[in-house]
Design a protein around this ligand. Sequence first.
Ligand code: PDD
Length: 295
Amino acid sequence: MSSIEPMNGTEWQEGVAYARGRFVAPAEAVIPIDDRAHQFGDGIYEVIRVIGGRPLLMDYHMERFETSANAIKLRLDRSMEELRQLVLEAISRSGYSDAQVYFQLSRGLARREHAFPNIPSHLSLTVRKMDDSAFDGVREHGLSMTWTDDIRWKLCYIKSLNLLPNVMAKQAALDAGYQDAILVRDGFVTECTSSNIAIVKGQTVYTHPANERVLHGVTRRFALKYLRDTGVEVREEMFTMEELMQADEVFTMSTITEFAPIVKVNGFDVGNKTKSKGSMLRQLQSAYQLQIKHI
Ligand code: PDD
């Protein structure tokens, strides 16, 4: 009988895990084959960044988690406050200062049948150490991207476990020598494989409207609030690749990389003001750092 090799190295065994109602070592967090997350991708998830032992933008994450659950008629089986306490307990058990919390909720463990079973949902969670400085280079120097057709379904605001189009687009970008892909649907830029995207023209920031075509990112939400609070004009409007190529600034927004400049698309320079001192991107990065210190 051949054994299945775990992921690279043993890092995956580190950290804290929670599954089937209790905290366990990650290696023990075995999920039964009949979990609907396995068989149908029937569930939702969140990724929260932890800095200095504190979760960032947790209210936004919790709100989105509840929205996603409701959108797919998934039972939460616990109050949002209980869930919040569980996440905080997991962070505290990990003892990590800088980490990522991943949690997902599946429709539960049931014999495989398409119809929804009337059973409790299943929450699983991990806390993994994160070397936040690993992303400093990207935040400073930026990303070289390509673009591709956005072939995802029509409910991208749901943070669903179904990420096949995203992982395929990411891998195709890497295989072609780029760092990530910008997704384009019906001629308009939607987002990237795991981040939202904005451009700046003059003093105005443009990003795709928060509708069913994009994930409503918490980092995007932070950015829009900050920019509007400081009097910057933000237009939640669609834009084309041509407009992106000619924009003054182009940047991504996501929990893990925070705000990162996009400096090239298919080898062409873009957003030549993005990295300059005082750019919208640099203002957002500073505001975010300040927020990190004050939560
Ligand atoms: N991804 N768009 C997509 C498709 C994403 O997967 C993500 C985040 C974002 C940014 O959202 P937020 O600011 O809430 O992180 C936008 C997470 C981090 C992931 O799947 O790992």
